[in-house]
Design a protein around this ligand. Structure first.
Ligand SMILES: Nc1ncnc2c1ncn2[C@@H]1O[C@H](COP(=O)(O)OP(=O)(O)OP(=O)(O)O)[C@@H](O)[C@H]1O
Ligand SMILES: [Mg+2]
Length: 235
């Protein structure tokens, strides 16, 4: 992997939190003990692991939403641990997208308004409405663009979330169990769409999933256990 095409370089990342213990005491909970990960541009990486193993915590760290207790983390060649929260947000803007298990759409907005938001936030120039509509068309939802998202099915809501994530053509996308709230068939459709968009836009994808058949479709697969990533071979 050449030095300059690495989107993520994590070395010795740790995350500890102070958690309540018995008798009103508190204890240090070590969620991630030693995370080493290098991700090249355009590849897909799956992370699986038991519930509570720290997958969402790890995504939060890698995305710079949360800060590690120790270790170093470079995102697009920038050492994140030396940046303020505002600087980390600026680095993410327009370059990093997210898809969550529970969709995280703004419920009082229509599908197209939801997809417009990241374009407006990133102060993208041009015909934003047209770009948002094109993104919805790519996920097969052009006809539902003016619908309030609460009226859409779960699978449709996640497709809106995919359109919203990809509309800025981010270099890096984090997906935390994007099919976790969907039935198997709908989940497979959403996953196929996710992989197609990732391929079309050459997006670097970090995918947390409980679905091993999805993990096996990624270029690399790691299992998180004991606060560490273990390379997993596809069978
Ligand atoms: N801020 C916090 N304070 C205390 N405990 C925390 C905090 N954040 C996470 N944890 C704990 O750390 C562990 C890992 O949480 P995390 O949400 O990362 O797991 P996960 O692998 O994403 O699980 P799931 O598959 O259920 O989503 C859990 O035991 C959780 O309760
Ligand atoms: Mg989680």
């Amino acid at each position: 992997m050449s030095e300059n095409n690495r989107v993520i370089v994590a070395s010795g990342l740790q995350k500890q939190v102070i958690a309540p213990a018995a008798n009103n005491a508190s204890e240090i909970l070590s969620i991630l003990t030693e995370i080493n990960l290098q991700v090249a541009a355009g590849v897909s990486v799956a992370i699986t692991g038991a519930s509570g193993s720290g997958k969402s915590t790890l995504l939060g760290l890698l995305a710079g939403l949360d800060v590690p207790t120790a270790g170093s983390l470079q995102l697009f060649g920038q050492e994140l641990t030396q940046l303020s929260e505002d600087q980390r947000a600026a680095l993410r803007l327009g370059k990093v997208g997210f898809v969550f298990q529970s969709f995280h759409l703004l419920e009082h907005l229509t599908a197209v308004e939801n997809v417009l938001l990241p374009l407006e936030l990133a102060q993208v120039k041009g015909d934003l409405k047209q770009r948002a509509l094109t993104a919805l068309d790519q996920v097969g939802l052009a006809a539902r663009a003016q619908q309030f998202v609460t009226k859409l099915s779960g699978g449709e809501q996640q497709r809106v979330a995919l359109a919203r994530a990809f509309v800025t053509q981010p270099e890096l996308l984090f997906a935390d169990e994007p099919t976790g709230n969907l039935d198997r068939h709908t989940g497979q459709e959403v996953a196929a769409l996710l992989f197609r968009l990732q391929h079309d836009y050459q997006t670097t994808l970090i995918l947390v999933t409980h679905d091993e058949s999805l993990a096996a479709q990624c270029n690399h697969w790691y299992r998180l256990a004991d606060g560490r990533l273990h390379r997993q071979e596809s069978v």
